[in-house]
Design a protein around this ligand. Structure first.
Ligand SMILES: [Zn+2]
Length: 204
């Protein structure tokens, strides 16, 4: 059986700013009022024979919406976003970056372009790599951005598109409901960028 929640009617929404790096029109920072539709398929279960209690589903969605609401969405694994190097102090606390310590490199390596050492390889950055920083700084082509960290939400995604966001929501809601021991087969999420366009992802 399937249950459905319509985001615009149920108040599952958030408003955020984002950038789709190097895209001709969406490469400029701009915002959307998003709403999130959810469909859940599974077996009816428990005393009430629910697929999942609507309240549990809405709580899960709202928790994510609340994290993203009134923030700049930063997809830390986007290959066109070059994040500024972490400070030496932060790097020393993070084993992952020991091997790419640029201060050592610049002494031992030659003449390679110094400016390329100012940025991290972000293909496998995690949100924790930014822990305790006050600002997030990055470059997209010739544009430099610096935001207070508290204004941003860092996402372990390649893009902050509706496509990636629907996947992000579906994965988290799926795990939340599994933890509550519902007999869920799939969680499908449509993240709508306003009315009339959205991306739909089904996690099975
Ligand atoms: Zn957009």
């Amino acid at each position: 059986m399937k249950i459905m929640i319509n985001g615009i009617n149920a108040g599952l929404r958030f408003s955020s700013a984002h950038i789709i790096p190097v895209h001709t029109s969406c490469g400029f920072i701009h915002g959307h009022s998003y709403f999130v539709d959810v469909e859940i398929e599974g077996d009816r279960f428990g005393d009430y024979e629910f697929v999942a209690d609507f309240k549990d589903v809405k709580n899960s969605v709202r928790t994510i919406c609340k994290k993203l609401d009134h923030r700049v969405l930063i997809p830390i694994n986007n290959k066109n976003m070059k994040f500024k190097e972490l400070t030496a102090f932060e790097k020393s606390e993070n084993d992952e970056f020991d091997s790419s310590d640029n201060s050592k490199k610049s002494e031992t390596e030659n003449s390679s372009n110094d400016s390329s050492n100012d940025f991290l390889d972000n293909s496998d950055l995690s949100v924790l790599d930014f822990y305790n920083k006050d600002y997030v700084e990055f470059t997209i082509k010739n544009k430099d951005y610096k935001f207070p960290m508290e204004d941003c939400i860092l996402l372990p995604l390649k893009h902050s598109s509706a496509e990636d966001l629907s996947q992000y929501f579906a994965n988290i809601i799926f795990e939340d409901l599994k933890e509550k021991e519902y007999k869920i087969d799939s969680v499908a999420v449509c993240v709508n960028e306003g009315i009339g366009q959205g991306a739909f992802f089904k996690k099975e």
